[in-house]
Write a protein that binds this ligand. Structure first.
Ligand code: NAP
Length: 337
C-alpha cells in the first residue's frame, strides 16, 4: 500500500492517508527539534501526498499545535485532515515555574486537566486559535487512561464521558467537527468508551502493533461492527519497532524492559531471514487491519520520515508473516497485508 493511499475513516464521510504525520516529536518530546527541521518534516510529508496530521494541546504545551498551524496554514484547508484533542487547558505561566517533563523548550503554558463541558469547549476553541485554522476534522478526548491518570482514572473517565461527551457530541451535531473519539494508551479504555457512548473513532497508542495484539480479542471486532475507525499512534511502541532492540531502545516512552528486548530480537531474526526491515513490517502490519485506516508515525528528522515512507510500501513476502505466526511471535488471527 502506498503511504498516500486514502482509506475511509470508518462510518464517517472522511478519507485519511494510510500513513499520517504524528506531531508529538515536534512538541519537543525528550529533546528539542528546531523550527526548520519541524517545518521541513511537514513539507516533506506534504510533498509525499500525506494528508492526515495529528496534534494535541499537550504536545509541547501548545508548541506542536503552533508548529502544525504554521506549516499547514497556507495549504488549502480542504486538502488535508487534522485531528487534535481536548482534556487539557493551557494557562500562561513563567517558564521557571513550569514542570515541562517530558517536553523540552516547550511553550510557556501550564497544562491543567479539564474534562468538563466548559473546559472542552474552551480547549477546542483555544486549539483553533493556536493553529490559526478554521477547523479540526477529528477531535479526541485525550489521555483518560490508567497510563496517564493512575488511580484517578475511573473518576476522570466518568467526568469525560459526561462533560467532554456532551460538548463534542454537540459540536458533531452542529457540523463543527466531523468525528469524535478517544485517544489513549489502553484498548480497554477505548472499549469502555464505545460501550458507554456513540464514538466515531479512537486513537489507540501502542496497543495494536507488531509487538502486541490483545486488542484483537474484543475491541477491534467491536469497532468493525460499529464502524468506528481506529487510528494507531505509537505504532513503533515509541521507538523499539523502528530502531530494533538496540541499547537504549524505547518502549512505552521508557527504556525497553528485557522481555520486550527479547521478543523484538526474535522478530528481528525472522526479519533478517526474509530480508525485511523491522520498521517496514511494523508499519504495514498495523494498516492491514480493516478497522485501522491510518498509522500515525512520529518522526524526529526528515531522514527518519523518508525511511518510513519508503518502508511503508516495500514488498514483504507472505512467508514472512506466516513464519512470525508459526513461531508464536504474531497472533494467528491477526490480519496481515
Ligand atoms: N494518547 C494519544 O492520543 C497518543 C499517544 C501516543 C501517540 N499519539 C500520536 O501518535 C503519534 C506517533 O506516536 P509517537 O511519536 O509517540 O511514537 P511512535 O510513532 O511509536 O515512535 C516515534 C519515535 O520512533 C522513532 N523513529 C521513528 N521513525 C524512525 C526511523 N525511521 N528510524 C529510527 N527511529 C525512528 C523516533 O524516536 P526518537 O525520537 O528517539 O528518534 C520517533 O520519535 C504521536 O506523534 C501522536 O500524534 C497519540
Amino acid at each position: 500500500m502506498l503511504p498516500s493511499a486514502k482509506n475511509r475513516f470508518g462510518r464517517v464521510d472522511l478519507d485519511v492517508t494510510a500513513f499520517s504525520f504524528g506531531t508529538a516529536p515536534v512538541g519537543n518530546i525528550f529533546r528539542e527539534i528546531d523550527e526548520q527541521t519541524s517545518d521541513a518534516m511537514f513539507q516533506r510529508s506534504w510533498d509525499a501526498d500525506i494528508r492526515y496530521y495529528d496534534t494535541a494541546p499537550m504536545y509541547g504545551h501548545g508548541l506542536s499545535e503552533l508548529r502544525t498551524g504554521q506549516s499547514l496554514r497556507w495549504k488549502n484547508r480542504d486538502d488535508f485532515v487534522l485531528s487534535s484533542k481536548v482534556g487539557r487547558i493551557l494557562k500562561p505561566k513563567k517558564r521557571s515555574e513550569i514542570d515541562f517533563a517530558p517536553w523540552n523548550n516547550a511553550a510557556p503554558f501550564e497544562v491543567v486537566f479539564d474534562y468538563s463541558y466548559d473546559g472542552t469547549m474552551r480547549s477546542f476553541e483555544d486549539s483553533l486559535q493556536r493553529l490559526a485554522l478554521e477547523r479540526m476534522d477529528i477531535c479526541f478526548i485525550h489521555d483518560v487512561d490508567v497510563f496517564t491518570r493512575g488511580d484517578d482514572q475511573p473518576a476522570v473517565f466518568d467526568e469525560a464521558m459526561d462533560g467532554c461527551w456532551k460538548a463534542l457530541s454537540q459540536l458533531r451535531d452542529e457540523g463543527v467537527v466531523k468525528a469524535i473519539g478517544v485517544g489513549v494508551n489502553e484498548w480497554e479504555v477505548c472499549q469502555a468508551a464505545l460501550e458507554r457512548r456513540d464514538f466515531d473513532c479512537f486513537l489507540l497508542a501502542g496497543r495494536y502493533t507488531l509487538l502486541e495484539q490483545e486488542s484483537l480479542d474484543s475491541f477491534l471486532p467491536m469497532c468493525e461492527e460499529r464502524g468506528a475507525a481506529v487510528v494507531v499512534g505509537g505504532g513503533f511502541n515509541s521507538g523499539i519497532l523502528a530502531t530494533g532492540a538496540v541499547d537504549g531502545a524505547k518502549y512505552n516512552y521508557a527504556p525497553a524492559p528485557p522481555e520486550i528486548m527479547d521478543k523484538v530480537t526474535k522478530i528481528e531474526q525472522v526479519c533478517a531471514d526474509h530480508k525485511v526491515p523491522l520498521p517496514a513490517a511494523a508499519l504495514q502490519f498495523v494498516v492491514a487491519h480493516p478497522a485501522v485506516p491510518s498509522f500515525i508515525a512520529g518522526t524526529r528528522t526528515v531522514e527518519q520520515l523518508d525511511k518510513n515512507l519508503a518502508w511503508f510500501s516495500q514488498d514483504i513476502p507472505a512467508d514472512f508473516w506466516a513464519e512470525l505466526k508459526h513461531k508464536g511471535l504474531l497472533r494467528e488471527d491477526a490480519p496481515t497485508p
